[in-house]
Design a protein around this ligand. Structure first.
Ligand code: HEC
Length: 184
């Protein structure tokens, strides 16, 4: 009689304890799964990041990534350059937007010497990218530069870049402004 009343009183307590243990286990698994997903699992892909990349590509095209990786370190993400530091703007640049062979020659072989830009004398040197960037990457990045920063220049094709690369294959060293003013 006494013992059976004890068991009767323990039953709700055991049920409650069982519930707590099960609930705690489920919670622990979820929390662990959550952190594993976010931090530790290299195969986990953030669905929001994937969406952002697709949106960037559709906004700027593939040239935006090349620009961000290489050109923006000097010409800035805004294309405004740093004229006081011998970096001309690409925004509004006649060389960037005009005859495509000019910016293609610049990116392939570099550009040096005094130029008047943005009301200042700029006497810097841009390196050659012919051994780093493919024809496709140069076409993409120049298409991006010519259609952003308020610029309006025709898209540059891979064939455009290929043709200039072939014509200037013997070139060693950066172009000067006087050279670039000559048609290729
Ligand atoms: C390390 C710095 C640096 C990087 C990186 C760089 N540039 Fe330049 N760029 C310059 C400098 C400096 C000049 C001007 C050279 C001179 O004084 O004659 C220039 C000039 C230019 C011009 C001519 C602008 C004008 O109005 O005459 C274009 C077009 C250009 N760069 C495009 C690019 C593109 C596209 C990229 C990326 C693929 C790039 N640059 C990467 C430094 C850089």
């Amino acid at each position: 009689m006494h013992g059976s009343r004890m068991r009767g009183n323990l039953r709700p307590l055991l049920l409650a304890l069982t519930f707590i243990v099960v609930a705690a286990t489920i919670t622990a698994c979820n929390i662990q799964g959550f952190f594993t997903k976010l931090g530790d699992d290299p195969t986990w892909v953030d669905p929001n990041a994937a969406t952002a990349t697709a949106a960037d590509a559709s906004a700027g095209g593939p040239g935006k990534a090349v620009y961000g990786k290489i050109c923006a370190s000097c010409h800035l993400g805004t294309g405004k350059g740093v004229p006081g530091n011998n970096i001309p703007p690409l925004a509004g640049s006649a060389f960037a937007q005009g005859d495509a062979s000019v910016p293609i020659r610049i990116v392939l072989h570099g550009f040096k010497g005094p130029i008047q830009r943005a009301g200042a004398t700029i006497n810097g040197q841009m390196a050659a990218w012919k051994d780093v960037l493919s024809d496709q990457e140069i076409a993409d990045v120049l298409t991006y530069v010519r259609s952003n920063f308020g610029n309006s220049g025709a898209a540059v094709t891979v064939d455009d870049v290929k043709a200039v690369r072939e014509k200037t294959a013997g070139r060693a060293g950066a172009f000067t402004e006087a050279e670039l003013q000559q048609p290729l």
